[in-house]
Design a protein around this ligand. Sequence first.
Ligand SMILES: C[S@@+](CC[C@H](N)C(=O)[O-])C[C@H]1O[C@@H](n2cnc3c(N)ncnc32)[C@H](O)[C@@H]1O
Length: 269
Amino acid sequence: MHTLRIGTDILGKIITRAATITGEYLAPYRTEHFRDAVERRLRALDLSSYEAYLTHLERDEDEAYAMLNEAFVGVTGFFRDAQAFDALSEHLTRRFCQHPSPLRAYVAACSTGQEALSIFILLERLRQAMGLPEPAPLVATDINPHAIETACEGVYTADQLRGLSSSLRHQFFEPHPRGCRLLPRYRRRIRYQVSDVLRERPPGRFELICCRNLLIYLQPRAQLHLLNSLHNALRPGGLLFLGAYESAAPLPALFALVDADHSIYARRP
Ligand SMILES: C[S@@+](CC[C@H](N)C(=O)[O-])C[C@H]1O[C@@H](n2cnc3c(N)ncnc32)[C@H](O)[C@@H]1O
């Protein structure tokens, strides 16, 4: 249990209480990260103030789980920020030309799987084009067990699949009553796990790590901790792909900038 006080203002007290009830480690996050989630819960419960919400939280411990589920529901999508994926594809093409060997990839904070699948599809197309053997399964993790359950099922609605061209849809998915499902031969090649990337080590060593839109929610110290941990999990020269508003610049001794416009870094040896 974490009884660490996260803030003395009312939002801080709510987060401290939620952390104590659930045992989740919430101190690394910016307090603001939880504001939208608490506001959505206020509306759902028809409560008019944070004080009333804190009283409700004291009476009903399940509420802490409901609020955290809101906070960790990740906005995501296929090939979110398409230009960044195009840039990554160019860097990976160069890498495959220099080292024509399979590449191990890890997607941290993968939410419901769309980002892991975007990386998987990109790598699989390059691999097939170069006639390379299959690599070890792509590993993808998220702290939210509900998100990982959805990712493992691999079913996406037509709306969620809008970011994918119809040729990619046909190559990688099959029809399903709720939309489309990733083909079994590809499902086998992605390993999803529930994991807190701030408390557990990345599951192996990789040539590519994608960790997008998590650093922005963290306090500066937690950002450094996470970047250090991802550095340790990258093989020398391996690529780190961050979100549009994220950077590894605070650790220049560990990461070399590869593409400033698209937040791509390489691990220094
Ligand atoms: C905004 S979403 C980003 C999803 C995806 N990376 C993208 O950019 O499309 C943030 C994700 O980070 C996950 N997350 C938050 N804290 C985490 C932690 N400590 N370990 C692993 N995942 C975490 C959330 O559950 C959520 O799915």
